[in-house]
Design a protein around this ligand. Structure first.
Ligand code: NDP
Length: 298
């Protein structure tokens, strides 16, 4: 296996986190305070607790202020929105992230709509989604933003490339397609109703797979030299033969290596980029709110 075929998201994310951290002291000097990220967790979902813990650790390591709010499962939608409104009004808070999924009695759309778009560092608010769609400056959801950074780092100019995004969720597939379109790619969005997906994928120079189905994209679906970004995070069952609970992506990685120009591994590809981009978005939000120019090269 040639290591230059592996896109090392972990290393790229570490570099981005370092660049963010090294820009923080200048912000503190100019604004007289640290950039602040508030993370709201409702309930005790174990995976969400891990994500929130990692976000807090990374925020503090970058020299930023982390505010954490843990609310019981029983919290009402109204109480949660009241907290979001308090955070909107808090000058020390630059970014607000409400960890999804929320309990079923809470409408996540209503909660996201309550976040001030200027503090929407997750980029889920319709104002930011709309700005991205019309080509205005927007907070872009962290996972697709991280995917784009990895693609540009590997390919440079993406102009004219055939890109296929598999998945059309609001948090990954759709914003990913918008970002690639803005880079002048010819973009196809595939989903569960797409006919002959293998044939669609075979035409792509760039494939972003965001499906949530273990190793669905096979090696022989891929054009020689294609660049593959695998967003999927799938844990195989502990009973699954020799795999024993292993994490895999949406792309059959070993098969793909024989065809691709480069591919992100799972884990160690897209995953680490998400938190790094969250820190990046928080730093940018802090600069905008303080009327300062955000540092270049983030
Ligand atoms: P969703 O479940 O919201 O969306 C999945 C998409 O895949 C849908 O658009 C669906 O189509 C499409 N799909 C499902 N089955 C097929 C199929 N057989 N062929 C083609 N398309 C199909 O997932 P997310 O976008 O939230 O996440 C996708 C994956 O990325 C998951 O594995 C998730 O864990 C991972 N992820 C990783 C992150 C990270 O690395 N930090 C962050 C976010 C997600 P349709 O719309 O027609 O139903």
């Amino acid at each position: 296996m040639s290591s230059d075929k592996i896109i090392d998201g972990k290393a790229f994310a570490a570099g981005l986190r370092q660049r963010v951290a090294s820009a923080v002291p200048a912000f503190v000097k100019a604004a007289g305070r640290k950039p602040g990220l508030a993370v709201v967790l409702v309930g005790d979902d174990p995976a969400s607790q891990v994500y929130v813990g990692s976000k807090k650790k990374a925020t503090v390591e970058a020299g930023m202020e982390s505010f954490e709010y843990r609310l019981p499962d029983s919290v009402s939608q109204g109480e949660l929105i009241t907290l979001v409104e308090q955070l909107n009004a808090d000058d020390g808070v630059d970014g607000i992230l409400v960890q999804l999924p929320l309990p079923s009695h809470i409408d996540d759309k209503a909660v996201i709509a309550a976040i001030d778009p200027a503090k929407d560092v997750d980029g889920f608010h319709v104002v930011n989604a709309g700005r991205l769609a019309v080509g205005e400056d927007a907070f872009v959801p962290c996972t697709p933003l991280g995917c784009l950074m990895l693609l540009k780092d590997r390919l440079g100019d993406l102009s004219g490339k055939n890109a296929v995004v598999i998945g059309r969720s609001n948090i990954v597939g759709k914003p990913m397609a918008q970002l690639l379109l803005a880079e002048n790619c010819t973009v196809t969005i595939a989903h569960s109703r797409t006919e002959d997906l293998a044939d669609v994928v075979r035409r792509a120079d760039i494939i972003v797979a965001a499906v949530g189905r273990p190793e669905m994209v096979k090696g022989d679906w891929l054009k020689d030299g294609a660049i593959v970004i695998d967003v999927g995070i799938n844990r195989l069952a502990p009973t699954d033969g020799e795999h024993k609970g292993r994490l895999v992506g949406d792309v059959a990685f070993d098969e793909a290596l024989g065809h691709v120009g480069a591919i992100t591994p799972v884990p160690g590809g897209v995953g680490p980029m998400t938190i790094a981009c969250l820190l990046r978005n928080t730093l940018v939000a802090a600069h905008r709110r303080a009327g300062l120019l955000a540092p270049e090269g983030l």
